[in-house]
Design a protein around this ligand. Structure first.
Ligand code: ADP
Ligand code: MG
Length: 248
């Protein structure tokens, strides 16, 4: 699917994020266009999760500018809930509601926030479950699912809001190795359909194959970015080279 350079979905300019005295994001700028799959690599503690969380204002922004789908997230007048409806997020630990079955998890936000009818939400949920290969798990509770199945439900649940943008924070890091592939496969499919995606992952193979761009972060800065071939196969910065030598 082609990247549409004329449509910047996420504009980040000189983003800063502090937690108290701790400067976590020091000066991060990036434009992410429609249809791009941006993979963020970097060592633990470099600010990758904080960066993602700033993109839907799960964190308050200390300085700089974040504009998502034309909405300025630093503007107090922006209706952040409306923006979030368009930005799906998938977490390392799935964050499913354990007291609800799969359909319940998937129907909650569309019925509560988008005022979908139960029938519409259910039909949509079943369609999405089919897409992630879990149509037979509609009535199951999270405790009855494997990690890979839970994460596929979490992705389907995010898609149920019909987002324009999907953010993934280490979606396969909590999975047993044999389940990583089934989740990456769903993400790959989504990418091929043109979804704009920002993915924090240590899956270098996924980055090589699927990313339109790779960003390497360290110490609250973007140290290096480029195509997967540039950043992964021909890194220029010593810190990128060092990181890749540890994970490859
Ligand atoms: P990464 O995802 O790259 O591992 P994070 O964005 O989670 O990094 O964290 C970057 C730094 O910010 C770490 O030093 C972490 O301890 C700190 N940090 C993250 N969230 C908070 C928070 N809510 N309060 C205080 N410090 C935080
Ligand atoms: Mg993280």
């Amino acid at each position: 699917m082609a990247v549409n350079k004329n449509n910047v979905k996420i504009h980040v300019s000189h983003l800063k994020k502090n937690f108290g005295n701790l400067e976590v994001l020091k000066d991060v700028s990036a434009d992410i266009c429609e249809g791009e799959v941006v993979v963020i690599l970097g060592p633990s503690g470099s600010g990758k999760s904080t960066f993602l969380r700033c993109l839907n204002r799960l964190e308050d922004i200390t300085g700089g500018e974040v504009i998502v789908d034309g909405h300025d997230l630093t503007d107090k007048k922006t209706n952040i809930n409306k923006v979030r409806e368009n930005v799906g997020m998938v977490f390392q630990h799935f964050n499913l509601f354990n007291n609800l079955n799969v359909l319940g998890n998937m129907m909650l936000a569309p019925t509560e926030l988008k005022k979908a009818t139960k029938a519409q939400a259910k039909e949509n949920a079943l369609r999405l479950l089919t897409r992630v290969g879990l149509a037979d798990k509609a009535e199951a509770y999270p405790a009855q699912l494997s990690g890979g199945q839970k994460q596929r439900v979490a992705i389907a649940r995010a898609l149920a809001m019909n987002p324009d943008i999907m953010l993934f924070d280490e979606p396969t890091s909590a999975l047993d190795p044999e389940m990583v592939g089934e989740v990456l496969q769903v993400m790959k499919q989504l990418a091929s359909e043109g979804m704009t995606m920002v993915v924090v992952t240590h899956e270098i193979g996924f980055a090589r194959e699927v990313a339109s761009r790779v960003i390497f972060m360290e110490g609250g800065y973007i140290v290096e970015e480029g195509t997967p071939d540039e950043v992964i196969n021909h890194p220029q910065q010593p810190r990128t080279i060092d990181f890749l030598s540890k994970v490859l």
